[in-house]
Design a binder for this molecule. Structure first.
Ligand SMILES: Nc1ncnc2c1ncn2[C@@H]1O[C@H](COP(=O)(O)OP(=O)(O)OP(=O)(O)O)[C@@H](O)[C@H]1O
Length: 410
């Protein structure tokens, strides 16, 4: 930056009043010229100063604009994995688990420790370390810009896929259809059925298909992990969805916050009640729902407070059952798509042998079969590997009470 110019001295001349007129006039003229000179110098300095002021103004404007952009652009949540020397850290981004080596500014480097949750910008530079409050919000929600699941990854529940598409996807993709006919699309969709049957997958696939942000909150966590914060987090959930629309809100294990009212009046129950009331009021006040759809899931349909099933709330119920034989075969095919499968693997027979298996259990069967192939030094998975895997799973299950016995959803 240029140095400020020095201010010229004020011109001074002693003019003797006894001087003859012509000499005094000459002296006054000289003084006048000095003054004009100084005036010119000052004018030039003023112009310079004006110029500098203009340049500084432009710089301030630019910084202000950059600041605004920084403030308004989304930040992503990541966890610090390791802090290295030289103000560098390794962070793992939430949602996609990508690990990145990034810089931390010296402003906050002393505060960053492994395990901390931080906000990173598009170029992964750490912007801030999340305080406990923001952290609770970030942790309570799983936000995925574009889940990778597609309808083709879901097997055995074609009818349920069709129903969810009609209730959730169509209102997002073609809202004008509903406006023309003059009906409101279903408010919320409740998926119920045994664990591991594809409820979460279904919600993710709709988000993927409609290019909507997928925002998941688990009811059980609200009750167990974020005690006392449930209703505020539910409010945040809807706010977040409005900000990120189009968005799909997925509330997993909704039974944890929407249980039937019990007689007991412990403080825990009161807190759960408050969380549920907040959820109901968010849904009721969601007139201008815009491009936000709500899907909830439960394995415990029997426990649900009927208040959440009233019209305008979760008024579309879709049962997602365990897959039948044909469904199991389809799911086996899906989960072995990327596996090196030997000729002679009989999926139909395996589907017959896996009565009562959920989609998730079939997925572990495929993985377990792959493990048998690896143990036997083969890169092809044989029918025998599947048979061995099945036997192992049955053995493990009989020792820890087969999972399919422990839920109710009617
Ligand atoms: N119908 C299905 N088709 C293909 N894969 C499935 C299916 N159902 C479950 N899976 C597999 O099981 C995993 C778990 O499924 P998902 O989380 O969708 O089940 P869920 O019904 O939401 O279970 P929970 O009630 O326990 O939350 C999926 O990631 C997928 O790999």
């Amino acid at each position: 930056m240029s140095r400020s110019p020095s201010i010229p001295d004020r011109p001074h001349r002693d003019i003797d009043s006894d001087l003859p007129d012509d000499e005094r006039l000459e002296a006054l003229r000289g003084h006048y010229e000095d003054l004009v000179d100084v005036n010119e110098q000052l004018s030039a300095q003023l112009d310079d100063a004006e110029d500098r002021r203009q340049r500084l103004r432009e710089k301030v404007d630019r910084v202000e604009r950059e600041n605004e952009t920084l403030k308004s652009s989304s930040l992503y949540i990541a966890t610090v994995e390791d802090v290295l020397d030289d103000e560098q850290v390794i962070v793992k981004q939430h949602g996609n688990n990508q690990e990145v080596l990034t810089d931390v500014s010296s402003r906050i480097v002393d505060r960053v420790e492994p395990g901390d949750r931080v906000a990173v910008n598009d170029s992964f530079a750490i912007q801030s370390v999340l305080d406990a409050e923001t952290d609770a919000r970030a942790q309570s929600m799983e936000i995925t810009e574009k889940p990778e699941v597609s309808y083709a990854d879901i097997g055995g529940i074609d009818e349920q896929v069709r129903e969810v598409r009609e209730a959730v996807e169509q209102p997002l993709a073609e809202p004008e259809l509903f406006a023309e006919v003059g009906i409101d699309p279903p408010s919320g969709v409740l998926l119920y059925g045994p664990p591991g049957t594809g409820k979460t997958m279904l919600a993710k696939a709709v988000a993927n298909e409609t290019d909507a942000t997928f925002i998941k909150m688990a009811g059980s966590e609200l009750v167990r992990k974020f005690i006392g914060e449930g209703s505020r987090l539910v409010r945040d959930l809807f706010e977040m969805a409005r900000e990120r629309q189009p968005a799909i809100i997925f509330i997993d294990e909704i039974d944890a916050i929407a249980t039937r009212r019990t007689e007991s009046k412990t403080s825990g129950d009161a807190e759960v009640q408050r969380t549920m009331m907040q959820l109901l009021s968010e849904m009721d006040g969601f007139e201008a729902r815009g491009e936000v759809r709500i899907i909830a899931a439960t394995n415990r349909f029997d426990m649900l407070d009927r208040a959440i099933l009233r019209p305008g709330r979760f008024d579309r119920l879709i049962e997602v059952p365990e897959p039948d034989t044909a469904g199991r075969e389809q799911i086996l095919e899906i989960h072995t798509r990327n596996m090196n499968i030997a000729d002679g693997v009989d999926f139909a027979a395996l589907a017959d042998d896996t009565d009562g298996y959920s989609g998730a259990e079939i997925e572990s069967l495929a993985t377990e079969a792959g493990m048998f192939a690896i143990r036997n030094d083969r890169d092809e998975v044989s029918h025998q590997d599947f048979a061995d895997a099945l036997e192992k799973i049955e053995e493990d299950d009989s020792s820890d009470v087969i999972s399919s016995a422990g839920y109710f959803y009617q």
